[in-house]
Ligand binder design. Structure first.
Ligand code: SF4
Ligand code: SF4
Length: 173
């Protein structure tokens, strides 16, 4: 299966499950169960055992990372450019959030043929940590997970596992 077939299949599945998973995430966030951290960690591990980002690349093709000024400076200097040259060519400020973002998609550094990031070692922290699954403030991220279900197969796999795991725990109580 090529990467766009893989992303299409996952997107269709996400749209089928979106309502159920979004409702689950809302409830999960409201209840904040004591076992939440453990199951979220386990769900992330399950997702990464199932999903290989190199067979997907959908975030690099369709979304934009947010850049910190230091990250722009670091990569611009590596490419022999000034901050302003780099910014003018590839970036913009999101009017709503004030974040520095790419000005187009796919990402200018994504190699569409190889399906790989061309600046992997110097990619922004936002790319390195996307889709931000297991982290200390994961209960604050659940709206983001719901909105990424159709964009990110790893998020979908993690949330499907999370929902089932919570269901099993509740059944045993
Ligand atoms: S910098 Fe690399 S990892 Fe980040 S969006 Fe661009 S291609 Fe993807
Ligand atoms: S993080 Fe998600 S959207 Fe990005 S390549 Fe991996 S599975 Fe695909």
């Amino acid at each position: 299966m090529n990467s766009s077939d893989f992303a299409d299949k996952s997107r269709r599945r996400a749209y089928q499950k979106k309502k159920v998973l979004s409702a689950f995430l809302k409830k999960f966030t409201k209840e904040k169960p004591s076992y939440g951290k453990k199951v979220m960690k386990e769900s992330e591990q399950v997702a990464w055992a199932l999903i290989d980002c190199t067979s997907c690349g959908n975030c690099c093709k369709t979304m934009t990372p947010t850049w910190k000024k230091a990250e722009v400076n670091r990569l611009a200097s590596h490419l022999g450019m000034t901050y302003n040259e780099f910014f003018e060519k590839w970036l913009m400020v999101d009017e709503e959030t004030g974040d520095i973002c790419n000005n187009s998609t796919p990402c200018q550094f994504f190699d569409l043929e190889k399906g790989l990031c061309g600046v992997y070692e110097r990619r922004p922290h936002d790319c390195a940590t996307f889709p931000h699954l297991y982290r200390s403030d994961f209960y604050d991220q659940t709206e983001l997970y719901a909105s990424n279900l159709h964009r990110c197969p790893a998020t979908l796999a993690a949330m499907e596992h999370l929902e089932q795991a919570v269901k099993e725990i509740k059944k045993k109580k």
